[in-house]
Ligand binder design. Structure first.
Ligand SMILES: *Cc1c(COP(=O)(O)O)cnc(C)c1O
Length: 375
């Protein structure tokens, strides 16, 4: 059993995929081939944004936003405590200070009240300038972007949506990637829309911002590549990855997104009578199910269940075992408000095998194994 079955996906897509890859190899336009612009236009239109700028990975995408906004030392960037390391890492990478706030126990995403208290903490202390709010579409479910946007607006902050796991999800009909002053995604292979290596993108409606992203990701170029007007980075998406993503995007639009939602429904049904908390998708929310994540009743139960499932050949993962504010890398260089929900989640969550190529029988087998593991 695979946690995320990328081999099966390749088997299904093989004829189109091999042709797309061979075309790039034959053209030898490995960097900045025409597939890049085609992909950017397609993704911008699909997400509902004016601009999409592809880059080397989802971490760079986040950093590009902070660089474009001139975020640096003395600035505070508000980041959920329950997320992948990158969301906070990029803040420290540009010399600013991450300020961690707590998440909702129901959606695992931004708790706007906790965010508000984090902004107030920074204002009260008076040492840092509040500049940017980041929220994250964890596990594919949109964050409550409307509530987060209200806090950002109230305090005059820029708003960055980290949709690395959220591509394909939507909130009240608006797709992830369309929220905030800028949004980012990742094409890491295991994400909802993944390539065959690293890749990422930034989305914005702002023309000037898009031009800045295009400059920053090619060494701060000016009118041409060897005219360098600012310090940037080397962060491009390879042509080969763009060609791969076109084939993947066809499958994603045609059936993958619908099928992964069907798999989630199967899990919901198969696990309905078990004593743990299944993921909640509130009314008006649509998830792209980067993960199907349960909450067990205690750390002991979670760890026991995970070990027993492993014995039965069912792969599971703990996303994430540590709150951001306790990561050693941030020691002495972060601020946070109390994050009891994140601490609780880190001790009790467990993600099950999840992908669009899951069969009903596999879901039932996982459910049976879980039932036994729970005793
Ligand atoms: C994966 C991920 C990233 C980083 O993406 P990469 O392409 O691996 O650099 C950032 N934020 C979140 C929430 C992620 O899950």
């Amino acid at each position: 059993m695979q946690f995320r079955d990328l081999q099966k996906q390749y088997e299904v897509l093989k004829p189109k995929m091999d042709a797309a890859m061979a075309e790039v190899a034959a053209s030898a336009r490995f960097i900045s081939g025409p597939q890049i612009k085609e992909l950017e236009d397609r993704l911008a239109a699909w997400v509902g944004r004016k601009h999409c700028v592809c880059c080397a990975n989802g971490t760079d995408a986040l950093q590009l936003c902070l660089m474009a906004w001139g975020i640096g030392p003395g600035d505070a960037v508000f980041v959920p405590d329950f997320t992948f390391f990158s969301t906070g890492e990029v803040v420290s990478a540009v010399g600013a200070t991450p300020v961690f706030y707590d998440v909702s126990p129901v959606t695992f995403n931004a708790d706007a009240e906790s965010l508000e208290s984090a902004v107030e903490l920074v204002k009260r202390e008076g040492k840092l300038t509040p500049r940017v709010v980041a929220d994250v579409d964890l596990f594919g479910l949109p964050a409550d972007h409307e509530a987060v946007a209200a806090v950002a607006k109230k305090h005059g902050l820029l708003f960055m949506e980290d949709a690395a796991q959220g591509f394909g999800g939507s909130l009240h009909g608006k797709r992830n990637g369309a929220f905030g002053d800028a949004a980012t995604t990742s094409f890491f292979p295991a994400k909802p829309l993944g390539c065959y290596g690293d890749g990422g993108a930034v989305f914005t409606d702002d023309d000037a911002m898009a031009a800045l992203f295009r400059s920053l990701c090619v060494h701060g170029k000016g009118t041409f590549k060897y005219d360098n007007v600012r310090i940037g980075m080397n962060s491009r998406l390879d042509t080969l990855q763009a060609a791969i993503l076109q084939v993947k995007m066809d499958a994603f639009e045609e059936y993958e997104l619908a099928d992964v939602n069907k798999a989630a429904q199967w899990y919901d049904e198969a696990l309905a009578d078990l004593p743990m908390i299944r993921p909640t998708v509130p009314e008006g929310w649509y998830s792209s199910w980067a993960q199907y994540t349960l909450r067990l009743r205690s750390r002991e139960e979670r760890d026991t269940v995970q070990a027993r499932l492993k014995e039965k050949g069912v792969p599971t993962m703990v996303y994430y075992p540590k709150p951001m504010h306790v990561q050693k890398a941030f020691e002495g260089g972060e601020r946070h408000v109390p994050c009891p929900v994140t601490e609780e989640l880190c001790g009790t969550v467990l993600s099950l095998p999840m992908h669009p190529y899951l069969h009903r029988e596999t879901v039932d087998a996982v459910a049976a194994a879980l039932r036994e593991a729970l005793g």
